[in-house]
Design a protein around this ligand. Sequence first.
Ligand SMILES: [Mg+2]
Length: 215
Amino acid sequence: MKLIVFDLDDTLYSATSGVFARMDKKINAFVMRELGLAPDAADRLRRDYWRRYGTTLRGLMLHHGVDPERFLQEVHDVRPHELLGPDPELDAALAAIPARKVVHTNAIREHAERVLAALGVRHHFAAIYDIRFDAYRPKPNARALARILRQEGAKPHETLVVDDQPANLAAAARLGCRTVLVSAHKGHWRMRIPRVHLLPAWLERVHAQFGFAWA
Ligand SMILES: [Mg+2]
């Protein structure tokens, strides 16, 4: 195992932190204002785009000609440091894993930098691949992930993808990567840990069971 590709939002911090809820509100506000929709119509539309394309932004770009940077700057203006604090347990968990670690997020780099700084874990990540990396094409499209592996010089079977969205893991698994879901809820994916902090213990267990080793 050479490379670990971590999702950011709701993976490296808890889905109950309120950070994503703030983004959710901002996305709804943007859609309502730009398209002149009532709250429930806006919410329906963005959920539909999210299901079809992976992000609301992709639908807004394809169907409404929205400027991606205007959208991205606005919806990521959520001040994560107000909701997230240093996480020494996560810091120790990441330090315990001797593989190259990168972030791959449907958000923008600035947001990722703010979140990682708030958690106090920025120094663990060798690179941040954001939504701009593949011309705003979001996960679960695996094109960006394939490019990341090429750039990192890692083969799929040497790569572990850690994400809170089963659809993203399904795309990574089709590429041949190893995958683990971070979710408090049971039954969404064959490999699951309730919190990312448990990754070192999970890796040891998997290693003992299936015998894959670190490069
Ligand atoms: Mg996520």
